[in-house]
Ligand binder design. Structure first.
Ligand code: GLY
Ligand code: MN
Ligand code: MN
Length: 473
């Protein structure tokens, strides 16, 4: 039965200012920590905060806001997703919070001496009956091991004098927070932050933290690589199951359902980005997500998918023939992309430039398209291969990084493609062929490691696998 949301929000408005925080009981383990034993440890987030602090100049403060809750329509919000930088520094997966990191130890009154404060929403047992348990101040101290945690409502009154610092670093103030949403404490936090820094606006810098976070996040720790491996393994299993189950006559969304079933079944919280399942002409649309067409007999399906596991997302693309075998033209284009991808992967070596894999892949594609007469000048390769070959991968599918030389511990994608939409200036026999092959590559001290190698890429392997029966059939 549909829940009476209107009464719930009426109730929230009446209750939100009257509830006092109660200490959590030890047996009352917050929901988000209850089931998973492979979450990142609090020490990981503390180390990241320290790394930011180490890179801040003397007498400065850094401020990060949690992601807002985003409204879907009327009284229904989108499922909450934390801002990746905020998560990287706190482990908190709740809205309505602000993190303050000080370069130097601060003293507030007689009682508080600290170099970091997390302001977060207080616990409210009545609200929690609707929304699930929240960490609250005690939970943040216990489970996130924050040095200091204070409820968000006390941010305004807290005696933090931002004016006394030489520099106030702000990562990004969320802009899409509507003042009309009384239930959204984030708006109040932002408003109070702006008031507190009004007379120090010249000291505000919102560039430095972006480059610090890009520098830190571009190299993955051992624990992060473990989570990425898990996300990628889940995604490869989904690609394999899709290859086994795919048939002409299926809807693109049925293929999406198979993929996302295996994501959820294996513990991935959500897809890391909207799943792309484009068949026939839709295989030529780079970020196609409508996923409603019926697969034709001779269609190729571009399946560009990524499970998100504990915040870390995979990004793996396979191109699959609906009927289980590639046509002559499809094979030719597919093998060019495969050759280009291998050249790109071979260029994923420590010390190489970030763009070397792209150059290597582009060189192959442009030469082969020239040989086939699909283009008449190398330069025109961009008509059929119009995107970059690589991006960093991590908490974001297009993860942050500095685009400097490739270094061990970085994970990047290698994903060349050829897209020939109907009406292109070439022989119509190539029309509606779209191929992308994407793998996730760990840069090491030696050869690159293809983390997504479990999902087959060679034509013979894909055709052989497609003869098998899928688990869901
Ligand atoms: N899945 C989006 C991309 O490959 O960049
Ligand atoms: Mn992708
Ligand atoms: Mn990608």
């Amino acid at each position: 039965m549909k829940l009476p949301f209107f009464f719930f929000f009426l109730f929230l408005v009446l209750n939100s200012f009257s509830q006092e925080e109660k200490p959590i009981l030890l047996k009352e383990i917050p929901q988000q920590f209850e089931y998973d034993d492979d979450l990142l440890p609090a020490a990981f987030f503390a180390k990241n905060r320290q790394a930011v602090r180490d890179r801040m100049p003397a007498n400065s403060v850094a401020v990060f806001f949690a992601n807002p809750v985003r409204n879907r329509s009327n009284d229904v919000d989108f499922e909450y997703h934390q801002d990746p930088n905020f998560y990287y520094l706190t482990g908190l997966r709740e809205p309505n919070a602000v993190l303050v990191i000080y370069k130097d130890q601060q003293h507030f009154g007689d009682e508080t001496s600290t170099k970091e404060i997390l302001f977060l929403q207080k616990r409210n047992p009545k609200n929690e009956q609707w929304t699930g348990k929240r960490l609250g101040v005690d939970g943040a101290l216990t489970y996130l091991q924050m040095e200091t945690a204070i409820k968000s409502q006390n941010f305004a009154a807290f005696e933090a004098e931002f004016n006394t610092f030489d520099n106030i670093y702000v990562f990004k103030i969320p802009e899409d927070v509507a003042p009309s949403k009384e239930k959204d404490e984030l708006y109040t936090l932002i408003k109070n932050f702006n008031l507190k820094t009004e007379s120090a606006s010249t000291k505000i810098n919102n560039v430095l933290l972006g480059s610090i976070l890009a520098e830190l996040r571009q190299t993955k720790s051992k624990e992060e690589i473990t989570l990425l491996r898990k996300a990628i393994d889940i995604t490869c299993e989904a690609q394999i199951e899709l290859m086994k189950s795919l048939k002409p006559g299926m809807k693109e969304y049925e293929s999406e359902a198979i993929v996302e079933y295996f994501f959820k079944k294996n513990g991935a919280e959500y897809p890391g980005f909207p799943s792309i399942l484009g068949s026939g002409e839709n295989s030529c649309v780079l970020h196609y997500t409508t996923n409603r067409k019926i697969l034709g007999d001779n269609d190729l399906l571009v399946s560009d998918i990524g499970a998100e596991y504990h915040g870390y997302t995979a990004d793996v693309t396979r191109t699959i023939p609906a009927k289980g075998t590639f046509s002559k033209e499809q094979k030719i284009i597919y093998n060019i992309v495969l050759e280009a991808q291998q050249a790109g992967i071979d260029a994923c070596l420590k010390g190489n430039k970030f763009w070397d894999p792209h150059q290597a892949a582009t060189e192959i594609i442009s030469n082969r398209l020239l040989e086939l007469g699909i283009i008449d000048k190398k330069f025109n390769v961009r008509n059929y291969f119009m995107h970059g070959t690589s991006h960093y991968l991590g908490l974001d599918v297009h993860d942050v990084g500095l685009y400097g030389p490739l270094m061990p511990g970085q994970v990047i994608t290698v994903e060349p493609g050829i897209y020939i939409p109907e009406g292109s200036d070439c022989d119509p026999k190539w029309w509606n062929i779209g191929v992308r092959i994407e793998d996730d590559i760990l840069i090491t001290n030696g050869k690159p490691e293809v983390l997504s190698a479990k999902a087959p890429r060679k034509i013979e392997e894909i055709e052989a696998l497609m003869k098998e029966k899928g688990t869901l059939e």
